[in-house]
Write a protein that binds this ligand. Structure first.
Ligand SMILES: Nc1ncnc2c1ncn2[C@@H]1O[C@H](COP(=O)(O)OP(=O)(O)OP(=O)(O)O)[C@@H](O)[C@H]1O
Ligand SMILES: Cc1ncc(CO)c(N)n1
Length: 268
C-alpha cells in the first residue's frame, strides 16, 4: 500500500480540538499518514488558553530534520509558530529539507483572545514564510493584519487575496467564519481566478479549531496529489460536517467532530 504522508508544524492544544491534535486527527480521517513537529505546548481547553510554553529553536529544527531525513512528507502544514525565531527556523528547515506543498495557516489569536503569535512577528511571517507557501489560509482578521486594510466587502476580500498572493504565496484562501450573514463563504485565489465556496452558517459556539482542521484537510488532500481547487472543496465539506456534528464537550467553545466526514461517507 502506498500511503500519502503529511507533516504538521504547529502548537500542541492539550484540549485536543485545535493545533497538532486537530491536524493529526484530520490527516488520519482523510487516510493520510500524519507526522508532527511541535513548536509550542499550550495548556488549553474549551474555555481558553491557560499557558503557553514555546520550544527552543533547536528542538523545532531537529524534529523537522528527523522527519525530512527519513519520512519525506508529500505536504506540510504550519500552524501556531509563536515568535520570529521559530518562524525563521521553520522557513529555513523547510527549504533545507526541500519540503514542497507548504500550507501556511497564519494562526495569530485563539478564539478567547489569547495571542498565539507575537504582534511583532507578523512581519517575519510575511517576509520568511509566505514566499515559500503553496497555500495560505488566513481568516478575515489575520488577512487584515497581513494586508493592513479593513475587509468588509467581497471586493475588499479579493483585493486582500491578491495582495497576499503578491507576497509570494502560490494560492490564498481567505476564510469567512468571521464574516456575518446566513452563509459562510471562503474565497480561493489561485493566481488567475477567484473561487467561492459557500455553505449555510451553522448556529453553534462549538467552533474551536475550525481553522486548523480546515487547513489540515487542505494539506491532506494536497499530499494525495489533489489540485488546490479539489483540496479546498474537500476541506470545506470536511469542516462543515465536523461543525454540524460537533461533540458538545467542554463548557466553552467546544471542538468539532473530526469523525463526522468519514461517518457520513460510510452511511451513504
Ligand atoms: N458557523 C459556521 N458554519 C459553517 N462553517 C463555518 C462556521 N464557522 C467557520 N466555518 C468554516 O470553518 C472554516 C474555518 O473558518 P474560520 O474563519 O472560522 O477560521 P479560523 O478563525 O481560522 O478558525 P480558528 O477558530 O481555528 O482560529 C472555514 O472553512 C469556514 O467556512
Ligand atoms: C495550539 C493552537 N493552535 C491553533 C489554535 C487556533 O485555533 C489554537 N487555539 N491552539
Amino acid at each position: 500500500m502506498r500511503i500519502s504522508k503529511a507533516l504538521t508544524i504547529a502548537g500542541s492544544d492539550s484540549g485536543g480540538g485545535a493545533g497538532i491534535q486537530a491536524d493529526l486527527k484530520t490527516f488520519q480521517e482523510l487516510e493520510v499518514y500524519g507526522m508532527s513537529a511541535i513548536t509550542a505546548v499550550t495548556a488549553q481547553n474549551t474555555l481558553g488558553v491557560q499557558g503557553i510554553f514555546p520550544l527552543t529553536v533547536e528542538a523545532v529544527i531537529d524534529q523537522i530534520k528527523s522527519v525530512g531525513a527519513d519520512l519525506h512528507p508529500n505536504a506540510v502544514k504550519t500552524g501556531m509558530l509563536f515568535n520570529s525565531e521559530i518562524i525563521e527556523a521553520v522557513a529555513h528547515a523547510i527549504k533545507k529539507e526541500k519540503m514542497a506543498k507548504v500550507v501556511v495557516d497564519p494562526v495569530m489569536i485563539a478564539k478567547g483572545g489569547s495571542p498565539l503569535l507575537l504582534e511583532e512577528s507578523v512581519d517575519t511571517l510575511k517576509k520568511k514564510l509566505i514566499p515559500i507557501a503553496f497555500c495560505i489560509t488566513p481568516n478575515i482578521p489575520e488577512a487584515e493584519k497581513l494586508v493592513g486594510f479593513k475587509i468588509v466587502s467581497l471586493e475588499d476580500r479579493k483585493r486582500a487575496a491578491k495582495t497576499i498572493f503578491d507576497l509570494g504565496a502560490k494560492s490564498v484562501v481567505i476564510k469567512g467564519g468571521h464574516d456575518d450573514g446566513n452563509e459562510v463563504t471562503d474565497l480561493l485565489f489561485d493566481g488567475n481566478t477567484y473561487h467561492l465556496f459557500s455553505s449555510p452558517r451553522i448556529d453553534t459556539k462549538h467552533t474551536h479549531g475550525t481553522g486548523c482542521t480546515f487547513a489540515a484537510a487542505v494539506t491532506a488532500e494536497l499530499a494525495k496529489g489533489k489540485s488546490i481547487l479539489e483540496a479546498v472543496e474537500t476541506a470545506k465539506s470536511f469542516i462543515h460536517a465536523a461543525i454540524e456534528d460537533s461533540l458538545g464537550i467542554g463548557a466553552g467553545h467546544g471542538p468539532t467532530n473530526h469523525m463526522a466526514y468519514r461517518n457520513r461517507k460510510v452511511n451513504v
